[in-house]
Design a binder for this molecule. Structure first.
Ligand code: ATP
Ligand code: MG
Length: 442
């Protein structure tokens, strides 16, 4: 992508409305624009990052055996009247009437709708286990939308729903998502800690919030320091291996970790003082086994091997991609801007032409841009007429992992400079060496 042809409205001034660094940087880098309170347009640079986050979420859901579909944002009130949540949900639900005066709503979540899909088609235990998910916009009329897309009213959620014949099978489904979440957040460059969350009347310990530690987080959290360097389940994880997944779950839940809602002071004080961590955190995911709560009221039953009808056991599993983007920035930035993990960077590298219009500089940049694009890199090429200082500041702000700087003096020697955004390390080398080094680093 040539910057001169891209749409990346950088802000020079610090936006006054932004209280936290991720919100400020997303506005300054031209990633998002607020359209009304808590409702955002994802501008092209932001959309690139969001797409990469979604791709990783999707890959790990698929790896764990979940199947993607797409449900609508607008739902009929009838389904929610069936489950009893139409009244119970309260002011967070946006209620709408269509032209025939039918009650509709903008979905804040999809348990009812997926249960309706399930009961319409699945009649036998032979079709289980089943886990269906989608990545779709939700609307919650939050009392206090704030921090940009961290807590917005319209936001994207990956929500998966599992269906099983028995509780035991449902726990296996839960453990699949538990392991998939560990892998997902790790690939996004984040250390997410599964913390015990409220299970309400269901009881048990099968509700976990995945929390990223950050000073700006809205939750107060308490955990053992061991979570900071635990092993993440590998790419070879066998999701059909019930015992193997149970061992991952047991290992990851053996030490204390809870948010303030579930905090047990005595248990926490049982940890040796130097291993106690009390901090603030951002909830980026939530998994929940809720038994037959919806399947019972909505009549989602299958025939079991015994020939009898069984109400299915369900779980739901959410991740917030539009919250993850600012969460990643909270975890990875410096005074000059964002530092993207490679996995979600909007571009893999940026070529900075320090003297656009200079024949030698243009040729060097064209060569690098073409060669690396051909090798599969997502390239940005700053071919604008901006001053060198502005170009450097922009490249640092938008956080692309590698900068390749072509200035007239170096190019006269057939050389360019490579700068690593994370470490700030710079290295001068020939144009060919630079291209080869980047390709080798993939
Ligand atoms: P919170 O406690 O932050 O309001 P929640 O418990 O209401 O979250 P869930 O219903 O479990 O959230 O939704 C699943 C995921 O969706 C959350 O883990 C989060 O990543 C994301 N999410 C929820 N609400 C918002 C929001 N208002 N803006 C952005 N993402 C959100
Ligand atoms: Mg909420």
């Amino acid at each position: 992508m040539r910057l001169s042809r891209f749409f990346m409205p950088i802000l020079k001034e610090n936006p006054k409305e932004a209280e936290i660094v991720s919100h400020r940087l997303m506005l300054r880098a031209g990633m998002i624009r607020q359209q009304s309170a808590g409702i955002y347009t994802w501008l092209p640079l932001g959309k690139r990052v969001l797409d990469k986050v979604n791709a990783i979420v999707r890959e790990e859901q698929n790896r764990a055996g979940a199947i993607e579909l797409l449900m609508p944002t607008l739902q009929s009130a009838e389904l929610w009247q069936e489950s009893g949540r139409y009244e119970a949900y309260g002011d967070e639900m946006l209620r709408i009437k269509d032209r025939n005066k039918r009650d509709m709503l903008y979905g804040p979540t999809n348990e009812e709708m997926i249960t309706d899909v399930f009961r319409s088609y699945v009649k036998s235990y032979k079709n289980l286990p089943l886990n269906l998910y989608h990545i779709q916009l939700k609307f919650r009329d939050e009392r206090r939308p704030r921090f940009g897309t961290m807590r917005s009213r319209e936001f994207l959620m990956k929500d998966a729903y599992s269906f099983d014949l028995t509780k035991d099978d449902a726990i296996h489904s839960y453990n699949k998502m538990f392991a998939a979440y560990l892998r997902t957040f790790d690939r996004l460059g984040l250390r997410a800690i599964p913390m015990r969350a409220d299970t309400g009347p269901i009881g048990g310990n099968h509700s976990h919030e995945f929390i990223i530690l950050a000073d700006t987080g809205e939750s107060e959290v308490f955990c053992h320091k061991s979570f900071l360097d635990r092993d993440i389940p590998g790419i070879d994880t066998d999701f059909d291996d019930k015992a193997g997944l149970q061992a991952i779950f047991d290992g990851w839940t053996s030490d204390y970790a809870a948010t303030s809602e579930m905090h047990d002071e005595a248990a926490f004080n049982g940890i040796s003082e130097d291993a106690r961590l009390s901090a603030r955190g951002i909830e980026v995911g939530h998994i929940f086994y809720f038994g037959t709560k919806y399947s019972e009221t909505m009549g989602a039953k299958v025939q079991g091997p015994d020939g009898k009808e069984h109400t299915v056991h369900m779980g739901s599993y959410g991740i917030g991609p539009t919250r993850l983007v600012p969460a990643i920035i909270e975890a990875s930035h410096d005074e000059n801007g964002i530092i993207w993990p490679k996995s979600v960077a909007p571009f893999d590298a940026v070529v900075i032409n320090m003297k656009s219009g200079d024949a030698a500089c243009d040729t060097a940049c064209d060569t690098i841009y073409a060669s690396l694009s051909k090798a599969g890199f997502d390239m940005l090429y700053d071919d604008t007429d901006d001053r060198a200082g502005t170009k450097f500041a922009t490249a640092d702000l938008i956080g692309v992992p590698v900068q390749i700087v072509a200035g007239p003096r170096a190019v006269a020697n057939g050389e360019v400079e490579i700068k690593d955004r994370l470490t700030g390390a710079r290295e001068t080398m020939t144009i060919d060496a630079a291209i080869n080094k980047l390709i080798a680093s993939r």
